[in-house]
Ligand binder design. Structure first.
Ligand code: HEC
Ligand SMILES: [Cu+2]
Length: 363
């Protein structure tokens, strides 16, 4: 039974693959597939072809430039191949003599050397122009948001040095304002990538690489570490929050709030949580401004928690930020994120819940 079916199947496939139409159409399958994929991608949060920043716009422009030119070449070459197959395949009345040979034809040789060289040269020059445009240092006389970015296993630290703000994983910027990132790493090589805003840039220990971009629409844009960096690389997300220039949700309002010291606990549970933070070893790795500040930072130092309650996610987007998830995280970080560099301090349920209530109140 099985044999019969497979025989039938293979017969069918042989007849299909030897049919003329199939021979000609098969090479077009990748194009159809690519078109299908690009149609699927609309509306996705990491869609490089739906730019919301100038860096991503340059990349998308190059994608389409290459896509169009290469598609034309593809169709021309395949068209010629199809014509050749149909016109020159062995006919019934073939007498076995060779068709005219073009080997050594100087004119043809020159044509098919010069045309590809020109195409590659032109594309090369345009591409180098794009590379320079992306690397261009922004003019000084405009508002620039400077952020020192440190990749750490497995989260991102953002220092706004002028504003004296330190935060983690969720980067806040302003629509229409130039941003200058200065990327480095505290351990291994990571790569910063928010696909709708700009291209990737490596974060390498001992070096500082710039990444310039200007987001042009307000909203939230997700990104991801784009360089395999260890066990929890996949859980090293980024969120870029682009604020409107004005209004209650403006970038300036965010900055003002971040510059304040931590709110005092109000409820008894929050007060108990603050005690947990101060007495159970958390302060060895975390700063809460107004409570305890680390004098130095090291590889295993954790995120600044002064305004952790104001974040929408924790642990580099591994969890949504709420009291329940905060308690889950502090109780057993490695259960959420493999090999996370935060020590499991074996907190009791009561202590975890209290510290979660306190941290979530730090807006
Ligand atoms: C050995 C240093 C260390 C100790 C001790 C430590 N943490 Fe952490 N903590 C970290 C690191 C590192 C991270 C980042 C982990 C990641 O996202 O991969 C972190 C992340 C966090 C986060 C998530 C913050 C964010 O914005 O994503 C919270 C909340 C937190 N720690 C609370 C605590 C509490 C409460 C304690 C004490 C019970 C504590 N930590 C003890 C190192 C530490
Ligand atoms: Cu990574």
């Amino acid at each position: 039974m099985f044999r019969k079916t497979t025989n039938k199947l293979s017969d069918w496939m042989t007849s299909l693959s030897s049919s003329r139409a199939c021979k000609i159409l098969a090479p077009l399958a990748p194009i159809a597939f690519a078109l299908l994929l690009s149609a699927c991608s609309s509306g996705h949060p990491r869609d490089t072809l739906n730019p919301a920043g100038d860096g991503a716009e340059v990349s998308a422009w190059f994608f389409w430039l290459y896509m169009i030119i290469d598609s034309v070449i593809f169709v021309v070459v395949l068209g010629a191949l199809a014509v050749a197959i149909m016109k020159f395949s062995k006919k019934k009345d073939d007498d076995g003599s060779l068709p005219p040979q073009s080997h050594g034809n100087m004119k043809l040789e020159i044509i098919w050397t010069v045309i590809p060289t020109l195409i590659v040269l032109v594309l090369g020059v345009i591409t180098i122009g794009g590379v320079f445009k992306l690397a261009e240092k922004p003019a000084e006389e405009q508002k620039i948001i400077d952020i020192e970015v440190t990749g750490k296993q497995w989260w991102w630290e953002f220092d706004y040095t002028k504003e004296r703000i330190t935060t983690a994983n969720e980067m806040h910027v302003e629509a229409g304002t130039q941003v200058a990132l200065h990327l480095t790493s505290a351990d291994v090589i990571h790569a910063f990538w928010v696909p709708r805003i700009s291209g990737k840039r490596d974060a390498t220990p001992g070096r500082s690489y710039p990444l310039y971009f200007k987001p042009f629409e307000a909203g939230e844009f997700v990104g991801q570490c784009a360089e395999l960096c260890g066990a929890s690389h996949a859980r090293m997300g980024i969120k870029m929050i682009v604020h409107p220039a004005e209004g209650p949700d403006s970038y300036d309002a965010w900055v003002k709030n971040q510059q304040t010291v931590a709110l005092a606990p109000k409820t008894d549970l929050q007060k108990a949580g603050k005690k947990v933070f101060e007495t159970k070893g958390c302060a060895a790795c975390h700063t809460i401004k107004g409570v305890k500040e680390l004098a130095t930072r090291s590889r295993s130092t954790g995120p600044d928690l002064t305004h952790v309650g104001a974040r929408t996610t924790i642990a580099a987007l591994a969890l949504k930020n709420n009291e329940e998830n905060l308690a889950k995280w502090v109780k057993n970080p490695q259960a959420v994120k493999e090999a996370a560099l935060m020590t499991n301090l074996n907190l009791s349920d009561t202590d975890s819940k209290a510290v979660a209530a306190y941290l979530f109140s730090l807006k």
